[in-house]
Design a binder for this molecule. Structure first.
Ligand code: WT7
Length: 656
């Protein structure tokens, strides 16, 4: 683990007050009101969450115990029964929201669709019945490998409705990555589409599923359901594969939501860590529902007439929590967009905002930096005056990008919520509340009420203002992950043992470095483990290394992040070859494609540098710190005395 440094963090002094007009109408109207909530939650977290659970959610049966905490395993609302699909759909049907737009969908080729709460409910119930007819039962796992189309959300909600656990795999992952995840989750059924539109091309999702399942590689999968989206030629395996529209036809729309125990598993979502294969992060029902509900309501300050748009893919946690569950639980109108900015249509986001009068817009710093490059004229050519709130997520935002977002997109009238969180946390943890918290460009500001965040040293001691340390959370929260699927030991090791528990106080270690300033504002500085963040996507360097060494030409590989102006970081791979292979541009290209095949395009190395040897310590450990400096073109600073063979460094500097 490397020590976070504070050199790179700007001493940012600008402060932006929430506009008075915004605060007046906001759910949380002032810093005092935030502080009051924060203090109340800190004094009695269980009461704080229990009061909200009672007030904000529907329960079939109330819980007996608010929190059962056997560190590091938490159970929330034990004994309670509820269903998140009921909270997202059924309960709105008896209100005026029945015919309100629940989901507005804009397709990539320009087609569109709007589903009201009543319509979405109907589709979800029908699809839930389809799943039941195919033998899917409470507790079974269902793989979802989909483009950004309404059926992705419908499939998720249908699983939740009957108590099946969904495991959504991002449609940009390769067949190999999909197969690994389906095997680990023992999926019984896979929902996919013939293809998805992506930047003027088609992603052949069904073909990928066929490759993943070939030779009975995932023996648990009995059925594959296919949405017709792009209508290109695909193979349908008799008995195994079925068209969604065939099975949905004429199916009853009557499917009462299954009363689920609070702690029944809702979904598994795989994410990268510093070691081994991606981990199956487990989230359960009631705590996740409450946490995503409250964070969506207060952070995005949802009002009944808002059109809310989060640009993430449903294949990531941001899509789960802030396209599907959080907004729908609040009865909001959530927008889903299949497209992405690209050379042939760089202004498509601004078109969507103008077309639907989007009020709340939530995207990633990497996207903002790409927009800066594309030029102000694109957003300026559209009417963005409907916007009243902006958000960012996924990586630290540099103050320059923040300022551009504030000025050009927000017209200097929209607060920005820079939201820090992770797949593991279920929902946003550190963030401004837009009507309450003055913002500083580049800071995620303060913890959400009920979240006891701190910056500590390795012994768990709180460290002084403006010193770099490790970001931790001190008290369990309802949205926290419950375990690593099938590997509780890994859960304990990864998150709870880096920083030693003290007096029975367990600290959740996030893997990020941070500092806290004199106003109590958090500045997240990025990962301190071997995880890199490429365009807001999290990658384990070891995963990419494993992909590289699975190629016959590669003897050894070491992957580091190289700072990138737009993506934040890019994948930089040092590779030593097997004796019979020689370095060449052709081979570098082949290795990049090999990584794409093994993991997906998000992991494609930006650069491969061939080397005769890796810089290693005498005990044989690759010195990544040196490689990081080399990759970023910096002089190798610091101690190199532990290096076994110093001539390696000179060779690496010179390239192959
Ligand atoms: C990692 C989690 C959960 C949203 C999508 C990413 C980084 C996330 C911020 C932010 C600085 C951030 C952290 C974190 N990160 N948001 N606002 N400021 N860093 O989810 O794939 O689980 O990645 O993303 O490094 O640990 P994820």
């Amino acid at each position: 683990m490397s020590q976070p440094t504070i050199e790179s963090i700007l001493q940012e002094k600008r402060l932006f007050q929430p506009p008075a007009e915004f605060s007046q109408k906001a759910h949380i109207k002032s810093l005092d009101e935030y502080q009051e909530l924060y203090d109340k939650a800190k004094a009695d977290p269980q009461k704080f969450w229990a009061d909200l659970a009672e007030k904000e959610l529907h329960w079939f049966q109330k819980w007996d115990t608010v929190l059962d905490w056997q560190p590091p395993f938490a159970k929330w609302f034990v004994g309670g029964k509820m269903n998140i699909s009921y909270n997202c759909l059924d309960r709105h049907l008896t209100t005026w929201r029945r015919n309100k737009a629940a989901l507005i969908w804009e397709g990539e080729p320009g087609d569109s669709r709007t589903l009201t709460y009543a319509q979405l409910h109907r589709e979800v119930c029908q699809f839930a019945n389809v799943l039941k007819q195919l033998g899917v039962k409470k507790g079974d796992r269902v793989g979802i490998y989909m483009p950004m189309i309404p059926e992705a959300a419908i499939a998720m909600l249908a699983c939740a409705r009957i108590g099946a656990t969904h495991t959504v795999v991002f449609g940009g992952f390769s067949a190999e990555a999909l197969r690994d995840r389906l095997i680990d989750g023992q999926a019984k059924l896979v929902v996919t589409a013939d293809g998805g539109w992506r930047k003027d091309g088609i992603v052949p999702l069904k073909d990928q599923v066929d490759i993943a399942l070939a030779n009975n590689a995932v023996p648990t999968v009995e059925n594959v359901l296919v949405v017709k989206r792009t209508a290109q030629q695909i193979q349908m395996e008799p008995d195994r594969d079925h068209w969604w529209h065939d099975l949905q036809q004429g199916v009853s729309a009557d499917c009462p939501a299954e009363p689920m125990d609070s702690e029944d598993m809702l979904f598994i979502l795989y994410t990268s860590g510093s070691t081994g294969k991606p981990k199956g992060v487990v989230h359960t029902t009631a705590g996740y529902n409450l946490y995503t509900h409250m964070t969506t309501k207060w952070i995005f300050d949802l009002q009944d007439t808002d059109v809310y748009w989060c640009t993430a893919d449903v294949g990531w946690i941001t899509g789960h929590s802030y396209i599907v569950y959080g907004p729908l639980s609040n009865g909001a109108t959530t927008l889903m967009y299949e497209g992405a900015p690209r050379a042939s249509n760089p202004g498509c986001f601004w078109d969507v905002i103008e077309k639907y009068g989007v009020n709340i817009f939530y995207t990633a710093p990497t996207a903002i930096r790409a927009f800066i490059k594309m030029g102000e004229h694109l957003p300026k050519a559209r009417n963005l005056s409907s916007l009243r709130l902006l958000g960012t997520v996924g990586e630290p935002i540099n103050p320059e990008a923040w300022m551009w977002y504030y000025r050009v997109i927000g017209g200097e009238r929209c607060p920005i919520v820079d939201t820090w969180w992770q797949t593991e946390t279920g929902g946003v943890m550190i963030t401004p509340l837009p009507g309450a918290t003055p913002t500083k460009p580049g800071s995620a500001t303060r913890p959400f009420p009920g979240i006891l965040a701190d910056v500590v040293d390795l012994e768990g001691n709180t460290i002084g203002d403006n010193e770099g340390g490790y970001l931790v959370v001190k008290h369990p929260w309802p949205g926290m992950m419950r375990t690593v699927y099938g590997d509780p030991d890994r859960f304990r090791r990864t998150y709870w043992e880096h920083i030693a528990p003290q007096d029975g106080q367990y600290l959740y270690f996030a893997g990020d470095g941070a500092r806290r300033d004199e106003d109590g504002y958090f500045w997240v500085m990025g990962r301190v483990d071997d995880v890199i963040n490429v365009a807001g996507h999290r990658l384990g360097t070891m995963e990419v290394e494993s992909a590289l060494v699975s190629h016959p030409a590669v003897a050894e590989a070491a992957v580091v992040g190289k700072p990138d102006e737009v993506k934040g970081e890019d994948v930089f791979a040092f590779v030593t070859l097997e004796g019979s292979y020689d370095p060449s541009d052709q081979l570098a290209k082949e290795l990049k494609e090999h990584v794409v095949k093994e993991i997906g395009a998000i992991a494609r190395p930006g650069e491969i540098r061939f080397t005769d040897a890796m810089p290693k310590t005498r005990s044989g450990k690759i010195m990544r710190r040196l490689l990081r400096s080399l990759a970023s073109g910096q002089e190798v600073a610091g101690d190199t005395s532990t290096l076994e063979d110093r001539s390696v460094l000179d060779k690496l500097r010179g390239g192959a």
